[in-house]
Design a binder for this molecule. Structure first.
Ligand code: TYM
Length: 329
């Protein structure tokens, strides 16, 4: 029996190369060894105000990007979170097993409530409980994510353990999968800051940016006033980020990347890394994406069929949960 993977991404704007290198690339690499569910988490997206038409467009676009980036929609369950109500049902039960104190300590909650101080809604606070529900609903063993989701995953593990301590072994306690390299890609314009898809245009390289725009963003990447190319995250965050992007994109080690650029100038580093991103990520993904996005009937079919498959997997676990807590079923 294959073990189960669950992971997801918010359809807020278009994914950036950090989302690809920290998450989707690993999903593709793991897909044949696991039963995998890859979800477009639209319920999470509305914790920040979204334009309805944009959200619909981004949801369909993200589903197409999952496939364009190499996820096989027959082998994996690729679907939209709001199409299966098991997520919200389980989230309610789990919210009665999560504490205000632990949710208040989540760094993402603190960051987002500072950024959206006019809309610090309960959903933003409760978000990690919905994420725990996403994962625990399917008996997930492994959750491949970037570094910024580590704290949420630890909370999901705590909630699962707390519930199991009361009702017996209902949930599998999931393990995170966070790659050693590529799990925290930084902004090119501000390498002290994580690259984020909801950030300003200059701070991110979107998977749908035109190749010349990608090259321009790399050429403008902020570095430092030295000339030596070495990997030193603390003192040379810009150069280290470029080396890491290069290593993960081309599949070499960071040491190999450093050796390859020995004696080269920063300009060469920037254009070589940019070109590697265009050749290995941007071009192949966009070629497939442009075809897929024209075929809405196909994408609709995939998302509906796969939501049904997700329901078939999640409902038996939800049933056990309801029975455990004492609901009449
Ligand atoms: P989201 O949509 O912010 O990001 C999706 C995935 O991309 C990773 N990521 C990065 N990796 C490397 N460098 C970066 N700069 C970078 N930025 C983002 C994220 O770590 C993530 O893996 N809460 C989640 C979505 C979610 C989820 C889940 C994930 C909802 N339910 C259940 C796993 C399991 C989020 O907001 O991801």
């Amino acid at each position: 029996m294959k073990k189960t993977i669950f992971s997801g991404m918010q359809p807020t704007s278009v994914p950036q190369i950090g989302n690809y290198l920290g998450a989707i690339k690993n999903w593709g690499a793991l897909q044949s060894q696991y039963n995998s569910l890859y979800c477009v988490v639209d319920l999470h997206a509305i914790t920040v105000r979204q334009d309805p038409d944009e959200l619909r467009k981004n949801t369909l676009g993200l589903l197409a990007l999952y496939i364009a980036a190499g996820l096989d929609p027959d082998e994996n369950i690729i679907y939209v979170q709001s199409h299966y109500n098991g997520h919200t049902e389980l989230a309610w039960v789990l919210s009665c097993f999560a504490y205000m104190g632990e949710l208040g300590r989540m760094t993402q909650y603190k960051d987002k409530s500072a950024k959206h101080s006019d809309n610090v809604n309960v959903g933003l606070f409760n978000y990690p409980v919905l994420m725990a529900a996403d994962i625990l609903l399917f008996g997930t063993h492994l959750v491949p994510v970037g570094d910024d989701q580590k704290q949420h995953l630890e909370l999901a593990r705590d909630i699962a353990t707390r519930f199991n301590n009361v009702y017996g072994d209902i949930f599998i306690v999931p393990e995170p999968f966070i790659a050693k390299e590529g799990a925290r890609i930084m902004s090119l314009a501000n390498p002290e800051k994580k690259m984020s898809k909801s950030d300003d245009e200059a701070n991110r390289v979107s998977l749908l940016d035109a190749p010349d725009v990608v090259m321009k963003k790399f050429k403008r990447a902020v570095t430092d006033s030295e000339t030596e190319i070495r990997y030193d995250v603390e003192n040379k965050p810009g150069i280290s980020n470029l080396l890491e992007i290069y290593a993960v994109t081309t599949g070499v080690t960071i040491d190999d990347a450093v050796a390859e650029f020995a004696g080269a100038g920063y300009g060469t580093l920037k254009t070589t890394v940019g070109q590697a991103v265009v050749d290995n990520i941007i071009d192949p993904i966009q070629k497939k994406y442009d075809e897929l996005i024209k075929n809405e009937d196909y994408l609709q079919k995939i998302m509906r069929q796969n939501a049904q498959r997700a329901k078939e997997m999640g409902d038996p676990i939800l049933h056990k949960v309801k029975k455990s807590v004492g609901f009449i079923i």
